[in-house]
Design a protein around this ligand. Sequence first.
Ligand code: TPP
Length: 561
Amino acid sequence: MYCNDKTILYLIAMLKAYGIRHIVASPGTQNGLFNASVQEDEFFDCYSVIDERSAAYTAVGMAAQLGGKTPVVITCTGATASRNYLPALTEAFYRHLPVIALTFTHHQGFDAMECQSIDRSISQNDVKVLDVNLPLIDTDDDKRVFIQMMHSALMTAVRGLGPVHINCIQNYDFSFDTKNLPKDVYKIDCFDSYFDADELAGELSGAKSGVFIGSHKRFSPRLEQLIGDFAEKFGVPVYCDHSANYHGKNKILCARAQWLARASRPEILIDIGDVMGDYSAPELYSKAKMWRVSGNGKFVNRHGHTRKFFDCPEELFFERMNSVTVEKKSEFYSQVKKCVDEVVIPELPLSSPLIAQYLAKYLPSDSVIHVTSNCRRGLNFFDLPSGVDSCANVGTCGIDGSVSTVLGMSLVCDKLCFCYLGDLAFFYDMNILGNRHVGKNIRILLVNNNCGVEFRINPVVDNPLGEKVDVLIDAAGHNAGGARGWAKSCGFHYMSAKTKDEFLSQINEFCNGEFDNPVLFEVFTTIADEQNGKNTMLSLRDKNKEKSLHRLMRHLKGNKK
Ligand SMILES: Cc1ncc(C[n+]2csc(CCOP(=O)(O)OP(=O)(O)O)c2C)c(N)n1
């Protein structure tokens, strides 16, 4: 029988899922529930070593002898026990040996004066390649975080990258009535460049699959071509937003894919790129298993969806997949594309989505646009003219520094560099307008709604709080005079619009006019219009769900014949 502690049960289940069976246990109560449980399970090979320093060196010997990719767990109690692991962990670090130091603690803070409690929150750089502090599992959310952390730790170990430290909280319930371990855990399969492309192609063609690209460095023409060829060959979409800056074949904007029914959501996604700032994307891939292709070798697990991990350059992955024969090309892309293109966008009020719609229409090809925050949300609904490069600071989605980023871009390219942002982001970074390097290839479109409207269009925040949001959350009412004075004093050509007509009559000139100075176009919008604009875009989802569902069902039936 296993112990009844849910956290320990998931810990053991995860070790088993990854096939980690070798355990060197030192005596004590803080690791007592774990030790007493694994000794009852024949899957595990357990050894008892009293002195923790010897236990850890024993694990070093085992891990080396087993070839360097088979992890060995060492586990000990509180007090000074884990300090004695340090010499052997240092040895394991410099030899990249997968020793997993599993420590336990009874408490979550260090000021309770509990016996045997030590602070393990910081350790030397060269005793582990990864350190995780597991949460106690109480809610489903705790479980999600726990499992995500365990995948990171165990993936690091099974890839033979070096020692890993896992710290786990243990309750004092020494009862053992549990017959079975939790079943809802799984292993993420790890591949190098020698994966079996034919087998994977078989899996892909049987499912609604696609490519997902988070924000990405500018694609080399070769990689863009390879991804496009892959998508065409398999008949699948390439989902992305403007931070990916993908110009290849079969592109579908994630925000537009949200308009379609759940049945049209992908089941398998090849996942590349970094963080995506489109907050609607997780719903798109809510049903998907992801195959993460990582050129830099770093394991990441996008929202916990990763099921396969490829430690392989992106080019090589797509090149190899493109070399296989596909029996039957999927119609998934053409169906999704048809549904997305059928959506007619109704008349919008003067708001970020409307401004985005017209930027997308008038931006000159061979220009660059950088987008921030809610403006990004609006622009993500619209395809940009081909030749327009797009990017956003979505590494951490900070609203600071957008104009400075655009200055940087403008200094190293001759193209027109557009910046599309809200008033909080603009005034945050306003000092850069006075920088002497600002040139005439900078054009700023500032949406001034006199607050961080992001929070007023978010029903989770706005519904319960309404105008109270304006006080401290969306910082309304600052810089009410607008940017005119500052922009002009910094040598900018200043344009402004307060109505839709004023906006429509100037947007083309802003995008394509000839100016001897940098340009700032300040468009004043209201919270009500912004809410209206967002709701109009959102309503497209409900309107089109049914239509796309019928189309998809027809398509799926056709495929089964
Ligand atoms: C440096 C930083 N501080 C705070 C935030 C939190 N935040 C996210 S969106 C936002 C409001 C942005 O307002 P604005 O730039 O006016 O754009 P709008 O939402 O009105 O379009 C804030 C404060 C952040 N992302 N980064």
